[in-house]
Design a protein around this ligand. Structure first.
Ligand code: SAH
Length: 247
């Protein structure tokens, strides 16, 4: 795959601050994201937070102030870890993956893809000291209303969503245009060969070769499925308020 530079001419740079750097690139090392990583379209650095740990045991956490279960990642460990990452990527947004964050959307993925990269902080245990969030103005992003045991999988989800939007990652830029959320609608159903499977056929119109009619059918299906499953999305799509900003 040819190296397609981003607008800045440099690879899009991702840094993940984590207690488990061995989890990376993991699933991001295969398929689209992995090929793009190999081609230098983006880069990934997993920084071990424990390198900034305190004392002989490189402690990174301590008990919650005020009592309670579990451990909290220390501000005086995370602060220097973040600051070191910032010296390499001064312009990149700082994101803390957190169930209390703004829900991740396609619009956020586009915003991040348009920038130079991102520095991601993956929490563990009960989370991180609030003073880091405040003192380093971390943007909190959630991948859904459930609690994971750590931010690493959330970081991978976010990176996967962003990387496939970088120029040159998805072959035909065509194939991004009609996807779920890009139009503010969920995607129409897809079919491929064979023409008949277990007595089920492909809708006749898709075999007609009439591209105008096919386009209209797909749009109607997309509206139908969005109305049935996500009426909240349909409302904004029909009033022209796309879920993403036009570039
Ligand atoms: N006690 C915290 C949860 C800590 S879970 C609370 O109730 O809010 C441990 C770590 O997993 C968090 O620091 C965060 O980095 C990550 N995490 C858990 N759920 C997540 C989600 N839905 N989205 C993004 N990150 C999440």
């Amino acid at each position: 795959m040819p190296h397609t530079p981003t607008a800045s001419g440099r690879a899009w740079r991702a840094t993940v601050l984590t207690l488990f750097p061995e989890m990376f690139p993991g699933p991001l090392g295969v398929s689209l994201a992995g090929q793009a990583l190999g081609a230098g379209i983006w880069s990934l650095e997993a920084q071990q937070i424990r390198d900034f740990g305190l004392g002989r045991h490189r402690a990174v956490d301590d008990t919650p102030a005020g009592g309670g279960a579990g451990m909290v990642l220390r501000a005086d460990v995370l602060g220097p870890a973040i600051d070191q990452a910032r010296t390499r990527d001064a312009e990149s947004p700082l994101v803390y993956l957190s169930p209390r964050g703004q829900p991740l959307t396609q619009a956020i993925a586009h915003d991040l893809a348009a920038g130079p990269g991102v520095i991601l902080l993956a929490g563990r245990f009960e989370g991180i000291d609030q003073r880091v969030i405040d003192g380093r103005a971390l943007r909190e992003i959630s991948i859904g209303d459930y609690v994971l045991s750590g931010g690493e999988l959330a970081a991978m989800v976010l990176l996967d969503a962003v990387v496939r939007l970088l120029p040159g990652v998805v072959g035909a830029s065509e194939s991004l245009q009609h996807e779920s959320f890009e139009t503010g609608l969920l995607e129409h159903p897809q079919y491929t060969k064979p023409r008949e499977w277990e007595g089920r056929t492909i809708p006749e119109i898709l075999l007609s070769g009439d591209h105008k009619k096919i386009e209209a059918w797909r749009r109607a299906e997309a509206e139908h499925i969005t109305a049935a499953r996500r009426p909240d999305l349909l409302k904004s799509a029909l009033t022209g308020l796309s879920t993403r900003k036009k570039p």
